[in-house]
Design a protein around this ligand. Sequence first.
Ligand code: HEC
Length: 158
Amino acid sequence: MKKILAVMVAAVLTFAFMATAWAEMKKGLSLPKGWRSFTHVKSMVIPDKNHGLYGFHHIYANGKGVMTLKKGGIYPEGAVFVGAFYDVVTEKDGSITQGKKLFSVLMRKDAGAAETGGWRYAAFGPDGKFLDKDYKKECYECHTAVKDADYIFSKFIE
Ligand code: HEC
């Protein structure tokens, strides 16, 4: 009887834990305050509008992110990367510049996110509103291509 009770208590606790984790995931993350003043890592332009990652990209990282990006290895808890995507505008003289904001992406190192390689993924509209997506399928799966770099594509360019 005691054993059954213990199993039931464990089941309830596990369920409560999972429900909390699920609620946190559903609620979503927000862009960290001051991300625009994080260290700029690199930029990239994908001019093809039919490409899933179309736009003018600027990648930023917080202190913990930059430190590990430079020295290599596994990122510590709290490391953050932000990618800001803008329209690609070609001026009359042929020069290419960034246009209006399209969306932003976020990766935050979080031990609770074991299902997605220890990083939480999030995307936001131009107004900063969290977008409800299947983050495992739509983000993590592509980032597994750089699993050896702890899922980070960007390289720091001095
Ligand atoms: C098709 C593959 C692919 C998909 C899908 C993808 N990414 Fe990326 N991601 C990349 C590449 C490539 C870069 C580097 C881009 C650059 O340098 O501008 C990148 C960069 C990033 C960065 C900056 C850190 C780094 O790895 O360099 C973040 C944050 C990020 N992506 C989050 C996301 C989120 C959130 C999603 C889902 C909404 C997502 N990504 C979907 C390929 C992908």
